[in-house]
Design a protein around this ligand. Structure first.
Ligand SMILES: [Zn+2]
Length: 441
């Protein structure tokens, strides 16, 4: 049996009726599926959530907790990918030896021309967007461009243009994907549609239900093509489709800068002498690959490099994550191994008190349950924080300043639609359980 994991990331279980309304041919296949709510816990970034989906291991064991991670210093981030995972990708385990997996727009996963047919999700600083390179003989694959960095659109104030571009990119990805799936040499496919995530940021919530948006007609044109393609796949008896959305969106009420909070508690010192923000060179490279060099570094600046690491015990370099500035991990680290646990505890007590006071039950702090002695030698967060309706600011943002909140932010609830014949599937799903479910069935 060939199996497709189709991702509609960004939509919630409450969006499913609207989605099916707009996919009338696909509707009859999906209506009978069992919808299982998915809860990502404290994780909000697609990379961290996908790392759990792909490996079946929680963040503190698989080593991925966001889009990027610090390597030699809390002041320097590198984009995370599959190579940085401590755990193996298990979701494609049943790969038949001679067949390649089809991997479309999946976070973290890298190309491998012998075992994968791969279209980039746009997060790597590379010019390789499709693999294997034979695909480039076909003109549509030459034009393939993933669409990343939706948050830049908000900064630029060109939401409408971006929305149309996102639909265009998804339309091209759809035709490339259907082309690949119509070939016979695959057993497992992961196909991620990122348009719903993009539009949730650009337009806001419930855009599928709105009839009077400027984008409505263009969007429906894409959805019709998706409906045609999907219904044809569903009709094939040897193909089984699981639909997932690994997170949804909620209204963003405000932003909170964890680094400012840590600075206020004297755990962190911001270096105001660094006037120029460091250009996120990896990010600029990744973006330039997509936009063919039209993106200046100015759009991709971040606060990376603005920590005075000699006077910083803990920082949040990555969304929601708090790491200790350990001498064991970082060349410019400050905290000795012997002080690590005590420092972590101080930071936890400090943040917990403030967040409980300000946000009550909306604030959640997950403490890394793995004792330091049992961890690998690489940096890992001590705490991951999430607050419902509050977007957290880390050093990815240009400036450690509070800015206008975006319209929406990621919410921890997604869903999995399981074909009806699998009756003993769970009633609530954690990302780490997907491997088990997909490999068991
Ligand atoms: Zn999103």
């Amino acid at each position: 049996m060939r199996r497709i994991l189709l991702s509609f990331d960004g939509l919630g279980i409450q969006d499913v009726p609207e989605l099916l309304h707009r996919l009338p041919k696909t509707r009859r296949f999906v209506e009978t599926a069992k919808l299982i709510p998915l809860d990502t816990g404290v994780l909000r970034s697609s990379q961290a959530i996908w790392a759990e989906l792909l490996t079946g291991e929680p963040w503190h064991r698989n080593g991925c907790y966001g889009y990027a991670h610090p390597c030699k210093s809390l002041n320097e981030l590198e984009i995370s990918n599959e190579k940085d995972l401590y755990s193996r990708v298990q979701l494609l385990k049943n790969e038949a030896k001679q067949s390649r997996s089809v991997l479309i727009n999946v976070p973290l996963l890298k190309p491998n021309s012998s075992s994968r047919v791969w279209l980039s999700d746009g997060s790597f600083p590379t010019n390789i967007l499709v693999s294997p390179s034979e695909l480039l003989r076909d003109a549509s694959f030459q034009e393939y461009k993933p669409h990343a960095y939706s948050h830049v659109a908000g900064v630029l104030g060109i939401r409408n243009i971006m929305a149309y571009r996102c639909v265009e990119s998804e339309q091209l990805r759809l035709s490339c994907t259907l082309n690949l799936l119509s070939r016979t040499d695959w057993q497992r496919a992961i196909w991620r549609v990122s348009l719903f995530d993009e539009l949730s940021h650009l337009i806001g919530l419930r855009f599928l239900g709105a009839e009077d948006l400027r984008i409505t007609e263009t969007l429906q044109h894409f959805l019709n093509a998706l409906d045609d393609g999907l219904s044809q796949l569903f009709e094939q008896s040897q193909i089984e489709i699981f639909i997932i959305s690994s997170y949804s969106h909620e209204k963003c009420l405000q932003r909170l800068n964890l680094n400012k909070l840590l600075a206020h508690g004297r755990f962190l010192t911001i270096d105001y002498d660094v006037q120029e923000f460091r250009d996120g060179t990896q990010r600029v490279a990744a973006m330039s690959a997509i936009r063919e060099g039209t993106t200046g570094p100015a759009l991709m600046r971040s606060s990376e490099g603005r920590l005075r690491t000699a006077a910083t015990q803990a920082a949040s370099p990555v969304y929601g994550c708090v790491l200790i500035n350990s001498r064991v991990w970082f060349e410019d680290g400050l905290v000795d191994a012997a002080e690590h646990a005590a420092t972590s505890q101080h930071v936890y007590v400090y943040l917990k008190k403030i967040l409980d006071n300000r946000f009550g039950a909306a604030a959640k702090i997950e403490v890394n349950p793995q004792p330091l002695s049992e961890r690998t030698g690489r940096p890992c967060p001590e705490l991951i924080i999430s607050i419902d309706g509050v977007d957290l600011i880390d050093v990815e943002d240009p400036g450690l300043l509070d800015t206008f909140p975006p319209r929406t932010m990621h919410s921890p609830s997604g869903f999995l639609a399981v074909p009806a014949k699998y009756t003993n599937s769970p009633d609530l799903l954690k990302p780490t359980q997907l491997v088990e479910i997909l490999n068991e069935f």
